[in-house]
Design a protein around this ligand. Structure first.
Ligand code: AMP
Ligand code: ZN
Length: 480
């Protein structure tokens, strides 16, 4: 299949570039996953929505995509610069559980929130704790190549050995060295060096430890992404993503480790999502005060309104959070749903045949594609969606066709926006819509649970070719 041309903003070059993968037609992409010690906040979810939109755009453009995401379940200290305790341990103490129980619980919460946002599960999800052997091998390779040194019981990366250290963030190394506090870790040769492996940490109670050639200990946080990216995607990736906060430390150190170990470029295109901001403050999980998707659903707002809200600005810019802005997105979503429901009724009544796209529909489709291929300009792509809704020259069936097509990328669940069935109570209709959304997200357990709940209330959902249909069951059948 021929692939479409996409332009992406590369943080490495600070330029918009034509995207050309290493292997024709294939994309290897790595996204930094969550640190699973607390609920993900909606700022984190903004970054995952962006990554989902990117992967969907690449697939829509015809690429075969391999999408890898890690789960950080060890080694991320409270500060990004090797200071403080392991975040997992802090959470374990807070909740009276062990670190593995914490990781398990918050990993499930993360995927539950991702499913509610129609974020597709990456092809490979890999946990740090299950890749310690690969991390140790990487440190050994760095030792062999002269990039690592042992000091005070820990193994550090020597940034002075890599001539272009800091290239992603364009760090001014002299200034940083002058300003750095050497007393933070007296074992480092250079204040910018970072830990690859800890056997002596500044706290005693580290729960997760592994045997290593340097003694019992645990990996530095940056190591997992270099090791797992290489394991699943090879030495050079096409795309690596994360939030903008990762540029200066985490991604800078991932590059150092990977390029130090292989001598090859680690990543061809670095893409970063801007922060979701609450007024002037960034939303930080570690500060304790943050908003989660649960607060959104508790207010009766469809979580997909948040997905729509994320598309209203460029992924690269900060996005200002407010409840008013979210309510605005929720209203838009409601209006779109009722329009689509009406077109479904109209299209069924007129029994419109499935015809090829008209000239006008073709123009709108190309306009939509131009926008998403232009560094994911979803705000403009949404404008095309609204134009489509309002276009008087298009038939309801054509509008439905276009909306379904756009939704391969938007992921707003258009297929589940069904005509309201007048004779069915609203509560049943909402349950049926939630079930359809769960089915679309391949969350079969939730879809089955909702089907049972609907059945208990005396109704059945039939999955027909044109979408689900709710049927009221005779009273005697509804009882058992
Ligand atoms: P963490 O779980 O803290 O490792 O973060 C998961 C992802 O969320 C990373 O890619 C971060 O860069 C990103 N992130 C953290 N805070 C925000 C925010 N306020 N807005 C957008 N992305 C964020
Ligand atoms: Zn990472």
């Amino acid at each position: 299949m021929k692939t479409a041309q996409i332009t992406l903003y590369n943080t490495l070059t600070r330029r918009l570039e034509a995207f050309v993968p290493l292997v024709d037609g294939e994309v290897r992409i790595y996204c930094c996953g969550p640190t699973v010690y607390n609920y993900p906040h909606i700022g984190n979810m903004r970054t995952y929505v962006f990554e989902d939109l990117l992967v969907r755009t690449l697939r829509y453009a015809g690429y075969k995509v391999t999408h890898v995401m890690n789960i950080t379940d060890v080694g991320h200290l409270v500060s990004d610069a090797d200071e403080g305790e392991d975040k997992m341990l802090v959470a374990a103490r807070r909740e009276g559980k062990n670190s593995y129980e914490i990781a398990d619980f918050y990993t499930k919460v993360f995927f539950d929130h991702a499913t509610k946002l129609n974020i597709r599960r990456p092809d490979i999800v890999c946990k740090a704790t299950e890749h310690v052997a690969q991390m140790i091998a990487l440190v050994q390779r760095l030792e062999e190549r002269g990039y690592a040194y042992a000091s005070g019981g820990n193994i550090y990366f020597d940034v002075s050995k890599l001539p272009d250290y800091g290239k992603l963030a364009r760090l001014d190394l002299d200034q940083l060295r002058a300003g750095a506090r050497i007393e933070v870790d007296e074992h480092k040769r250079n204040p910018l060096d970072f830990a690859l492996w800890f056997t002596k940490s500044k706290f005693e109670a580290q729960e997760m430890k592994w045997h290593s050639p340097w003694g019992e200990g645990y990996p530095g946080w940056h190591l997992e992404c270099s090791a797992m990216a290489q394991t699943y995607l090879g030495d050079t990736l096409d795309i690596h993503c994360g939030g903008i906060d990762h540029v200066a430390v985490h991604h800078t150190n991932e590059i150092a480790q990977s390029e130090g170990a292989t001598g090859r470029p680690f990543v061809r295109y670095w893409l970063h999502a801007g922060f979701l901001v609450l007024g002037k403050d960034k939303m930080a999980k570690s500060s304790g005060e943050f908003l989660t998707l649960d607060r959104v659903t508790e207010r009766g707002i469809d979580p997909l309104s948040f997905r729509l809200f994320c598309m209203t600005g460029s992924y690269r810019n900060e996005l200002s959070w407010s409840w008013e802005a979210l309510e605005g997105a929720a209203n838009t979503l409601r209006r779109l749903k009722s329009q689509v429901a009406q077109w479904r009724l109209d299209a069924t009544n007129t029994n419109h045949p499935c015809t090829p796209l008209s000239l006008r529909a073709g123009e709108l489709k190309s306009a939509f594609e131009d926008e998403i291929y232009n560094d994911l300009n979803f705000a403009n792509a949404l404008a095309v969606l609204h134009q489509t809704a309002q276009d008087t020259a298009l038939s309801p069936a054509e509008k439905l066709n276009l909306f379904s097509l756009y939704d391969e990328v938007f992921g707003l669940g258009v297929e589940s926006w069904q005509a309201v069935q007048e004779d069915i109570p609203e509560t049943i209709q909402i349950l049926a819509q939630e079930r359809e959304a769960a089915r679309k997200a391949k969350n079969w357990a939730e879809a089955d649970r909702l089907r049972t709940e609907i059945a208990a209330l005396g109704y059945t959902v039939e999955d027909r070719a044109d979408g689900p249909r709710i049927i009221s069951r005779p009273a005697d059948l509804g009882k058992h």
